[in-house]
Design a protein around this ligand. Structure first.
Ligand code: PLP
Ligand code: ZN
Length: 419
């Protein structure tokens, strides 16, 4: 069932057996020594074919089981993750002069963000290890996702979030019965503290990037796009980026389907960061191998990251694919929230709409145009950060008395103001 052959360090290429190591390469350290999960493709290609997928009635991301690092399927939790809608956004496609525009709606996961793809895999790894306590540092979405999966799996959960984590995300975590440690500091501070605690007390750590299995769950969005587009691959895939794990995971997914000869070309990966939190944009522009830490500050709390933990893989993904990183302002993100709502019907949190803001920018710059097929990932639901979403709202409710006359008068006033 499990076709994993090893874990390879992205910096020094050392190979490890999965039983030998849980997190990062001891030689290169946690930031540079992230590990890539390696598979036996000759075995997988016998199980995962276009025909087998066509017959497969499992409409969750577990339809790609041969390409996932799962030893014991009994540990898979019953929450339905993945196989999210891929909408053809015809209005925006016409408006922006694109050949095709697809929007992948990952707000439709159990806890309403892309992170469920990773948590679903990580909880199996935790159970396979036989741990009792798990942890994660998170801006909020990974926390709420992890708490749901670990609760269902009966694991004790301790979560580290920054003090500015949105209330709705904290409410989710608390409802799932996890202990929430709200760190007096940034996400980067919460991350370091969580890793220290996990090491000291032996908790299983789902913090992004250092856990090699998270990207495996995150790659499934790419696999779904290939299938949903009947094996046509978009020219560009736009992904909001904080630590870079979603971006690198999606790139890995496309590469693995290419390796399995299920697709015959690869997309260009576009990593979109908020201007106030754009260390990867800066590193990419400078041609640097490593990102310089920044003081992150953006309305998009989920991607407010000073030290991107999956930076090696993320920079590699963009460079290998011939794509680019791009920064968008908070204003552009807020406009993208309302564009997504009004033109596609989706409600996204600021980070969730950041990919679309990046596309608008690259259309304006003439990078993407009439020949291009584009896919945009929408990664988190708007109700998770209502304060953030309210910043994109220009209208206010109109108070009316309980009378039809008053309704008529107020509508007339609105009509006058508009004309
Ligand atoms: C909604 C949303 N979008 C995008 C991201 C960015 O993912 P990554 O940190 O893997 O780059 C996150 C991460 O928290 C998120 O919650
Ligand atoms: Zn190494």
């Amino acid at each position: 069932m499990n076709h994993v052959v090893g874990l390879r360090c992205v910096t020094c290429n050392s190979e490890f057996r999965p039983t030998e190591i849980d997190y990062t390469c001891p030689r290169c350290g946690p930031l540079l020594g992230t590990l890539d999960v390696q598979y036996d493709f000759s075995a997988i290609c016998k199980q995962l074919t276009r025909d087998s997928l066509q017959r497969n009635r499992n409409f969750t991301h577990w339809r790609y089981l041969p390409l996932l690092p799962i030893q014991n399927v009994d540990f898979v939790q019953p929450l339905a993750v993945g196989w999210t809608p891929l909408y053809h956004a015809t209005k925006l496609e016409q408006e922006w002069g694109l050949s095709r525009l697809w929007v992948k709606d990952d707000t439709r996961n159990p806890t309403a963000s892309y992170k469920d793809r990773a948590s679903a895999v990580a909880v199996v790894k935790a159970l396979e290890k036989g741990v009792k306590t798990v942890t994660a540092a998170s801006t909020g979405n990974a926390a709420s996702s992890w708490s749901a999966f670990s609760r269902v799996a009966n694991l004790k959960t301790i979560i580290f979030v920054p003090k500015n984590a949105p209330r709705a995300k904290v409410a989710q975590v608390l409802l799932y019965d996890a202990t929430v440690l709200q760190v007096d500091g940034t996400y980067d501070d919460a991350f370091d503290l969580c890793c220290q605690a996990a090491e000291k007390w032996g908790w299983y750590n789902r913090s992004t990037a250092i856990n090699p299995y998270l990207g495996e769950g995150k790659k499934t969005g790419a696999l779904e796009i290939c299938e949903q587009l009947n094996w046509q691959v978009p020219d560009y895939v736009f992904v909001p980026v904080g630590d870079g794990c979603i971006l690198q995971g999606i790139w890995k997914g496309f590469k693995e389907f290419y390796e399995l000869m299920l697709i015959d070309r690869l997309p260009k990966m576009i990593g979109v960061q908020a201007e106030g939190s754009s260390p990867l944009v800066k590193a990419w522009l400078a041609g640097d191998k490593q990102a310089k830490p920044v003081q992150a500050n953006t309305v998009a709390d989920s991607i407010s990251v000073g030290i991107p933990r999956d930076q090696v893989k993320a920079l590699k993904a963009v460079r290998e694919s011939g794509g680019q990183f791009v920064a968008v302002s908070d204003e552009e993100i807020l406009v993208a929230i309302s564009t997504l709502a009004r033109k596609v019907g989706l409600l996204a949190e600021p980070a969730g709409a950041t990919g679309l803001a990046g596309l608008k920018k690259l259309v304006g710059m003439g990078v993407c145009g009439e020949r291009d097929h584009v896919a945009v990932m929408v990664t988190g639901h708007g109700l998770k950060d209502i304060d953030g979403v309210m910043k994109a709202v220009e209208r206010t409710p109109v108070a009316v008395e309980k009378s039809l006359e008053d309704v008529e008068e107020k509508l007339a006033q609105i009509g006058k103001r508009k004309s």
